[in-house]
Design a protein around this ligand. Structure first.
Ligand code: FAD
Length: 384
């Protein structure tokens, strides 16, 4: 393996490049990123950086190794699998022996691109919203998932009048009824207005000035932000024979095709528990997949299989929540130590008698230990 090309300039790309070097690859590595910035971390964009408690400088990753050719503002527009070439906008072609696809995801928008919809996906989005929040008095956030509720918590912390609108009750899909219920009560106690719109919403105005819910008066505010999920960046692969709208399907070693691997938010894998392809758009998955993908590129079938070990976190309403495993529908919740009322707890979830997830809520614990608890038996004496 000589030339490696990596498409994408974020955590999956940087981790894959580092892992390739650590595994002994000494050939050229070129990273192309369509962003103007050096690689940075996204999680603070909806939390401390948006609020202003973390500086813009603090979101940038450590400087890249000197032996990488990092090309910002460079967009891949096509892939020729047969000739092993990445086609760049502007006409240049990058030959590769090994390719890492790490093109991530983008915000799913409700309106057309020209509508100027406010989202939080990249650094420029967050900088723009931070400036807008500095003078705004009210915001309506469309989407009560992780991101929407983090933006809501940040905005409320800045003193804005906050409304969150969603088809479903906030966070139930991600956290299950027990934890989501607790977080919803925390949001309500902080003064947030929650609106259900079972039939979905439409944005009114360009840029949007109100949200139409199908029933009741339009939800108006100084700022409308949408946090309605994300879509994998697969369009540049159109015509190559790989990649579809649900993501870029990889095998058990994160391989896509001969000489091509993928990692991060762009990836879809067949899930063990459903047998269906699904993405796991979390920071920890991007890192783990990038390491596995780098090994697979260098070692092929000799590389270890990627074993997903989901880990994700959120910060909102003064709650610092870290979760290992997957809170599946129909799980039973166990409070192992502490209590939600006290504001600090250790939780486990079981399904059919087996532990499937564990979480800390304002409770310090090394992630390695939390991972073990996500598969360890629930101690007796805990409440359901
Ligand atoms: C605001 C926010 C908060 C988050 N908070 C958390 C959190 O608290 N915990 C957690 O676990 N996860 C969180 N996440 C998710 C986490 O950030 C992502 O899972 C992670 O960034 C995925 O990394 P990635 O490298 O796969 O893709 P991305 O970070 O999406 O990066 C992909 C990069 O590729 C570039 N690119 C795309 N197409 C091309 C192309 N054709 N040519 C060149 N470059 C291209 C993109 O511009 C981008 O720079 C958050 C995400 C956001 C947006």
């Amino acid at each position: 393996m000589r030339e490696v090309v990596i498409v994408g300039g974020s955590i999956a790309a940087v981790t894959a490049a580092d892992a390739l070097r650590q595994q002994g690859h000494d050939g050229p590595i070129t990273i192309v990123s369509d962003e103007r910035h050096a690689p940075y971390v996204r999680p603070p964009l909806s939390k401390g950086m948006l609020k202003g408690t973390e500086s813009v400088d603090s979101v940038f990753m450590a400087p890249l190794r000197a032996d990488l050719d990092f090309r910002p503002k460079t967009r891949a527009r096509g892939l020729d699998l047969g000739r092993r070439r990445v086609l760049l906008e502007g006409g240049e072609e990058l030959p590769y022996d090994g390719l890492v696809v790490a093109s991530g995801a983008r915000a799913r928008r409700l309106g057309p691109p020209e509508a100027g919809e406010l989202v939080v996906r990249d650094l420029d989005d967050a900088l723009r919203l931070r400036e807008i929040f500095a003078t705004a008095r009210s915001v309506v956030i469309v989407g009560g998932g992780f991101l929407g509720m983090e933006i809501a918590s940040t905005a409320r912390g800045l003193g804005l009048d906050v409304t969150v609108v969603d088809r479903d009750p906030p966070l139930v899909r991600q956290f299950g009824a027990f934890l989501a219920g607790h977080m919803t009560r925390a949001a309500l106690a902080a003064g947030v207005r929650l609106v259900r719109a079972p039939e979905g919403v439409r944005l009114a105005g360009t840029p949007a000035t109100a949200v139409l819910t199908g029933e009741g008066a339009p939800l108006e505010a100084d700022v409308i932000v949408t946090a309605a999920g994300d879509l994998p960046n697969v369009e540049w692969l159109a015509g190559s024979g790989v990649g579809d709208p649900g993501g870029l399907l990889v095998d058990e070693r994160c391989r896509v095709a001969p000489g091509v691997v993928a990692a991060g938010d762009v990836v879809a894998r067949v899930a063990d528990h459903t047998g269906l392809p699904r993405r796991s758009p979390h920071w920890g998955s991007a890192i783990d997949q990038a390491r596995a993908a780098a090994q697979a590129l260098l070692k092929g079938d000799e590389a270890p299989e990627y074993r997903p070990s989901p880990y994700y976190w959120t910060e909102q309403w003064g709650l610092d929540i870290k979760i290992c495993g997957r809170i599946l529908p129909g799980c039973e919740t166990h409070v192992v130590t502490g209590s939600m009322e006290e504001g600090s707890a250790l939780l486990q979830w079981t399904r059919d008698g087996a532990t499937v997830a564990a979480a800390t809520v304002n409770h310090r614990m090394p992630v390695v230990k939390l991972r073990k608890l996500a598969a360890a038996p629930v101690p007796e004496r805990t409440t359901g």
